[in-house]
Design a protein around this ligand. Structure first.
Ligand SMILES: [Zn+2]
Length: 219
């Protein structure tokens, strides 16, 4: 499978220091087959008005989420298949591509890499074409381990890509009208509260030195 050149390595450990436990990252690929590739290209064209031959993104932003599903297994299953399950009729009107993200963080802070981080993933209306998504297992109260892992992941991604923005999903509508916003239907909008303001505050505090921007409304 050409999109997963290094997923077979299995387990990788990155970013250690004396002060904080190392980030534990485990490859656990979702299905990214020809159907998902085609649906991703369709979504890019229809929703973002972007025509490409391969579904790659140019990361400028990281969007943090919670899954609202209490377990790792349940969360993984929600992203695994290429098409949306019947339980998401609200999203189905905008296309059958299932939601996903490259990174899923369990309650213990272990990061599961579901797909390469520059492949297109549907997780944030208007911004998928430039945003790397990070999902966290659970809802409401996130764990300290998740705060730490998200901050470490943000740091790692900022080293790798030209990331300017770090936002919580609940802030995405603040980008309507922003140069990065691309959505062909102005009425396709949802209301989000994830991953909660306290979580964003804690993660941002840990990566303050990176100088990442948040919502344009806070500028
Ligand atoms: Zn979300």
């Amino acid at each position: 499978m050409k999109y997963f050149p290094n997923l077979l390595i299995g387990l990788s450990v990155v970013l250690g220091s004396c002060a904080a436990p190392a980030l534990r990252m485990v490859d656990r690929p979702i299905v990214f087959d020809e159907e998902r590739r085609r649906l991703s290209l369709d979504y890019m064209a229809q929703r973002h008005n972007i025509q490409q031959s391969e579904p790659f993104i140019r990361p400028r932003m990281i969007v943090l989420h919670w899954t609202a599903i209490p377990t790792l297994e349940g969360s993984f299953r929600a992203f695994e298949r290429p098409t949306l399950a019947g339980a998401r009729p609200d999203l189905m009107t905008a296309g059958p591509l299932n939601v996903s993200v490259p990174f899923l963080v369990d309650r213990d802070g272990t990061v599961y890499r579901l797909m390469p981080d520059t492949l297109f993933a549907r997780h944030c209306i208007g911004l998928n074409h430039c945003a790397i998504g990070v999902e966290n297992v659970g809802s409401g109260r996130m764990t300290r381990a998740q705060v730490r892992a998200n901050a470490q992941l943000v740091r790692l991604l900022k080293e790798r890509y030209a990331i300017d923005y770090l936002i919580g999903h609940y802030e995405y509508r603040d980008f309507i009208g922003h140069p990065l916003w691309k959505e062909t239907d102005p009425n396709y909008l949802t209301v989000k509260t994830d991953p909660g303001r306290p979580f964003m505050r804690k993660v941002r505090k840990r990566v303050k030195d990176l100088g990442l921007k948040g919502s344009p409304k806070d500028e």
